[in-house]
Design a protein around this ligand. Structure first.
Ligand SMILES: [Fe+2]
Ligand SMILES: [Fe+2]
Length: 306
């Protein structure tokens, strides 16, 4: 090895033939679907004659909050496209093909969720547009290391899948549940792509990939964390079982670490081994904190209403 390739251009180029196979697999599995098939347009009416009012919403408050967060997250796609393009696009090949495919599919998510919320009046259109402007002008940044990018997108796509699914389920509206289940299927295929791409990189440079995974688990934040009022909205989503620490540990972090056989990997350098030890104690703490939160929520439910 000569000079240090901090952007992993060599690694990305080396594994590109395997990435091409993942892209082909994705293309064969991803079925075309059309947002208009999921929207009850007959419920729509003009906002000038019938302005939006909170009482028109039919979903629970928690469900409205979850839809708002999930839609603004999807709306921020241009920021994500710019980032993954900078991390992975090393010329006209499989990586670039994937980035374009991924971006096109993500765009459909914002379209279908927005149309549903507008037609059914389950979102304040002015608050939504202000929120979208605020989120997008603020932008979204993260370290541009491609290995960290692959680790992050694996966790994030799985987290988004679970959050969309639970948002649909919590709605109590079969129309919403159907469309969020459809969106979640896309997120699952995205997760599988990034997860397997990182798995391929793991075989080439186990130490670098280990450090990337550890950094992303410890520093994980949902992409919507920059949304104005996110903390409060995340609390509502957590209390309603849409996304919380228990789900994050059990359904996101643990299954991916298991899939990558993180604790069985050999051939690590000292730094990567130390990082893995740090990961093990971090994940154990996460599990304990989730148990504590569950217990607190259970006790709060048992308390007689004042
Ligand atoms: Fe999405
Ligand atoms: Fe996705």
């Amino acid at each position: 090895m000569g000079t240090v390739d901090t952007n992993y251009v060599g690694l990305l180029t080396e594994i590109e033939p395997q990435i091409a196979k993942l892209v082909d697999r994705h293309t064969s599995l991803a079925k075309a679907w059309f947002p208009h098939d999921y929207i009850p347009y007959s419920k729509g009416r003009d906002f000038d004659r019938d302005p939006w009012a909170p009482a028109q919403a039919t979903l629970s408050e928690a469900s409205q909050v979850a839809f708002h967060v999930n839609l603004l997250t999807e709306d921020n796609l241009p920021s994500y496209h710019r980032l993954i393009h900078a991390m992975f696009d090393k010329g006209d090949g499989a990586w670039r093909h994937w980035i374009h495919q991924w971006t096109a599919e993500e765009g459909r998510h914002a379209i279908v969720i927005r149309d549903y919320l507008m037609v059914t009046r389950n979102i304040d259109p002015i608050a939504l547009e202000r929120g979208r402007m605020q989120t997008m002008t603020r932008g979204y940044e993260r370290p541009d290391c491609p290995l960290r990018g692959l680790a992050y997108t694996s966790f994030q796509e799985l987290a988004t899948r679970v959050s969309h699914l639970n948002t649909g389920k919590s709605s109590g509206d079969p129309v919403a549940e159907r469309l969020m289940t459809r969106v979640a299927q896309d997120e699952n295929l995205h997760m599988v792509f990034y997860r397997d791409a990182l798995g391929i990189a793991f075989e080439v440079d186990p130490s670098a990939v280990m450090k990337a995974i550890v950094a992303e688990v410890i520093g994980f934040q949902m992409p919507g964390a920059g949304i104005s009022g996110f903390g409060h909205m995340a609390n509502i989503m957590a209390a309603n079982g849409i996304y919380n620490m228990r789900i994050h540990h059990d359904e996101i972090v643990a299954p991916l670490l298991r899939f990558w056989k993180v604790y069985d990997r050999t051939g690590l350098d000292d730094e990567a081994q130390a990082a893995r030890d740090k990961l093990a104690s971090f994940v154990a703490r996460l599990d304990r904190a989730a148990t504590k939160l569950d217990e607190r929520a259970r006790l709060a439910l048992q308390k007689p209403a004042a």
